[in-house]
Design a binder for this molecule. Structure first.
Ligand code: NDP
Ligand code: OXD
Length: 313
């Protein structure tokens, strides 16, 4: 029996070497090796091809390189076995690093000063103190909870929005659609860390932006999206930056990736773009996490971090 690696656009051989070393007593194969699909018990995937699972009659679990599984769940031939997503301290740490860097950049009005520097303008705008700024985090899961705690610890007022009620020390929680507008009305910097589902697709739109609190940040409220491009309506973001509904945005993800050169987002000096690097899955910790999952499962224990296909995350 074996683990198959099926990683599109990723160093499959490098990961295979890592798994081979971590699991010397279990067969690890890549698509370049010869194997019988019936011997595959676990498949580790990123962007699997349409026939990725063909003939895998003994498959026990699908292991997802990504923490987000929206694209994987849309695979036309996804077998009915548990899908395990990546939940990892290192990835969580990196995402919080990204969120904190963008939140503090906007709170300190760096976006304004960057424009002033370009124009050689000396003009003192006073940034509000962190406690005067309310950061609203959409999604209080693994990533949102860590970012919320860390932002709170460095002085921000922090709110969070989730499907079910959450209790995080010092963070005001808003649960469900009924509280969405209250959450937005209390938010100066909106951070999206939601999974992409039927309910959350397109949620970052003009109506949402117009419901944010104004008057605290020079230029207007701010959006930070490090979740999925499908959450955002980019035409609305451009319009909101142009008409002052939003003061600035930081985007790590896009409707189409790589972001096309024709996108007007590139041209806006209030739009801060990174190429989907907020938190990439680290090979060493990924090998450690998934090889442990396999070892536990082989020893007769249950699987963990199983995706709920009904909810879509
Ligand atoms: P989790 O599944 O741990 O958390 C998801 C959170 O979103 C939960 O709090 C959940 O609520 C909430 N949520 C889901 N649907 C709704 C809804 N309809 N309304 C309100 N709240 C909702 O996910 P993670 O924190 O691990 O990851 C979040 C996303 O980040 C991933 O799905 C992925 O797309 C993205 N990501 C991006 C990366 C990047 O580099 N840019 C890297 C890694 C991940 P509840 O708690 O009630 O279930
Ligand atoms: C993920 C990602 O979901 O890298 O892990 O976006």
């Amino acid at each position: 029996m074996a683990l198959l690696l099926h990683l599109t656009g990723i160093d499959e051989a490098g990961w295979a070497k890592g798994f081979g070393e971590a699991m010397p007593d279990y067969r690890v194969v890549t698509r370049d090796d010869s194997f019988d699909p019936a011997e595959i018990e676990y498949i580790f995937v990123w962007k699997p091809e349409p026939d990725a699972f063909a003939g895998m009659s003994n498959l026990k679990a699908i292991l997802s390189l990504g923490a987000g599984v929206d694209a994987l769940l849309e695979h036309p031939a996804l077998p009915n076995v548990p899908v395990i997503r990546f939940v990892d301290e290192e990835l969580t740490h990196c995402m919080s690093d990204y969120v904190i860097s963008q939140v503090t950049m906007h709170q300190r009005l760096f976006t304004r000063y960057a424009a002033h520097q370009k124009a050689k303008v000396w003009r003192q705008l006073y940034p509000p103190a962190s406690h005067e700024i309310s950061v609203g985090i959409m999604g209080l899961g693994v990533l949102g909870t860590d970012a919320a705690r860390k932002l709170k610890a460095i002085g921000f007022t922090v709110n969070g929005w989730s499907r079910s009620a959450k209790s995080i020390d010092g963070v005001e929680g808003f649960a469900g659609d009924a509280r969405f507008n209250d959450f937005l009305a209390a938010t100066d910097i909106l951070v999206c860390l939601l999974p992409l589902t039927d309910e959350t697709r397109g949620i970052l739109n003009m109506q949402t932006f117009k419901a944010l609190r104004t008057g605290r940040l020079v230029g207007g409220p701010v959006l930070i999206n490090a979740a999925r491009g499908g959450h955002q309506k980019e035409a609305d973001i451009v319009a909101a930056l142009n008409d002052g509904t939003l003061g600035a945005v930081s985007l790590d993800v896009f409707e189409v990736e790589p972001l096309p050169r024709t996108s007007p987002l590139w041209e806006l000096d209030t739009c801060f773009i990174t190429p989907h690097i907020a938190a990439i899955s680290n090979e060493q910790s990924g090998v450690g996490y998934f090889s442990q999952i396999i070892a536990d499962h082989q020893a007769g224990n249950g699987l963990r971090n199983i995706v709920d296909r009904g909810r879509g995350y």
